[in-house]
Design a protein around this ligand. Structure first.
Ligand SMILES: [Zn+2]
Length: 202
């Protein structure tokens, strides 16, 4: 099921001017490459997929691409949102910006919580990559839809006994084509993705 277009958690959103322009510009460099490879984009039905975030200061806040931006090759800062907090008890996301955050923000939030050294999270869609990872026993969430409390549980479960800094990629079994990589930097997260692509091509 392709369902990236739907916001499934409650959102406390305050519309402001553009936020965190420096972080937006950093994300853009990575995003342009992923977009050109089709790892971020939109399906024929117009629903966009893929999102990127970057930790904002040292707290659990982060800047993330806005919802339904997948089809746009370039994003100005108005297409980004600053997620200030995700309350995992109520699954309420507090965010500011010109546009609302990606609906996968809660998954990003729980990844930042795994380790303070994680500064970047990338979520892409690709069927070949997704199948390859499922068939080759990469870390995987259960048959869980994205953007749900269950997905957060799954991610925490994966890394209960596994060091996220050494295993920075997983596949989303219940979210068709969904793959997540993360790292200390956008560069490291992006590299994790290309490493798997290389393994697929070998
Ligand atoms: Zn997705």
């Amino acid at each position: 099921m392709i369902d990236d277009g739907v916001v499934k958690y409650s959102l406390q959103f305050t519309q402001t001017d553009e936020v965190a322009k420096k972080e937006c510009q950093k994300i853009e460099k990575t995003r342009e490459r992923l977009f050109s490879l089709g790892l971020i984009g939109a399906y024929d039905n117009g629903i966009g997929y893929g999102n990127i975030s970057l930790r904002y200061t040292k707290k659990n806040a982060f800047v993330i691409t806005a919802t339904q931006t997948g089809e746009l090759p370039k994003l100005s800062p108005k297409y980004y949102s600053l997620v200030k907090n995700v309350d995992f008890k109520t699954f309420t996301t507090t965010a500011i910006g010109v546009s609302k955050p990606s609906s996968e923000a809660i998954t990003h939030a729980c990844i930042y919580e795994l380790d303070a050294r994680i500064n970047a999270v990338i979520h892409v869609h690709n069927e070949k990559l997704w199948r390859f990872m499922l068939e080759n026993d990469y870390l995987s969430t259960n048959d869980t839809p994205y953007g749900t409390p269950e997905m957060v549980e799954d991610v925490r479960d994966i890394y209960k006994d596994i060091n996220p800094m050494l295993n920075n990629a997983f596949v989303m079994k219940g979210h068709f084509e969904g793959v997540v990589v993360f790292g200390k930097s956008l560069k490291q997260a992006e590299k994790a993705l290309y490493t798997i692509v290389q393994e697929l091509l070998n």
